[in-house]
Ligand binder design. Structure first.
Ligand SMILES: [Zn+2]
Length: 134
């Protein structure tokens, strides 16, 4: 289990732009990196086009995985948004979590977005620290 994930401000901004542009639909994407360090944000279409769930476009997801592998990186995180809450990983998120990576949930409170990181395992979600550096 990871205890924290480190991102640079640009990664934060790329995710924020994506989730705010896609709202009120849920938005999603992948985080490539190494160990606890994000190196690249990869935006993925939400195939479900839904305000309450996301399904990553399988072709884009496959392309992303190939890119990650060919660049010698690993999948370190998955992010998605909850435009109408909750700010936690939902029951569905916990049930459907398919990868042992950090799950970042973006949630909206009026026009303000926030993100929290979770480690999902054994039917539960534990919050982990997201560290933003320059
Ligand atoms: Zn969710």
């Amino acid at each position: 289990m990871k205890r924290q994930l480190t991102l640079v401000k640009n990664h934060w901004q790329e995710m924020l732009d994506h989730v705010s542009q896609q709202a009120p639909l849920e938005a999603c994407g992948l985080l490539a990196g190494r160990d606890d360090q994000v190196k690249k944000v990869i935006l993925v279409q939400n195939q479900a086009q839904s305000a309450v769930r996301f399904v990553m476009d399988p072709y884009e997801q496959l392309q992303a995985f190939e890119w990650i592998e060919s660049n010698g990186l690993e999948l370190v995180g998955i992010f998605h948004s909850h435009p109408a809450g909750p700010e936690m990983a939902s029951v569905t998120d916990i049930a459907e979590a398919a990868y042992e990576v950090v799950h970042i949930i973006w949630s909206r409170h009026q026009n303000h977005w926030q993100a929290r990181g979770f480690w999902i395992q054994d039917g539960g979600a534990a919050e982990i620290a997201l560290q933003i550096v320059e």
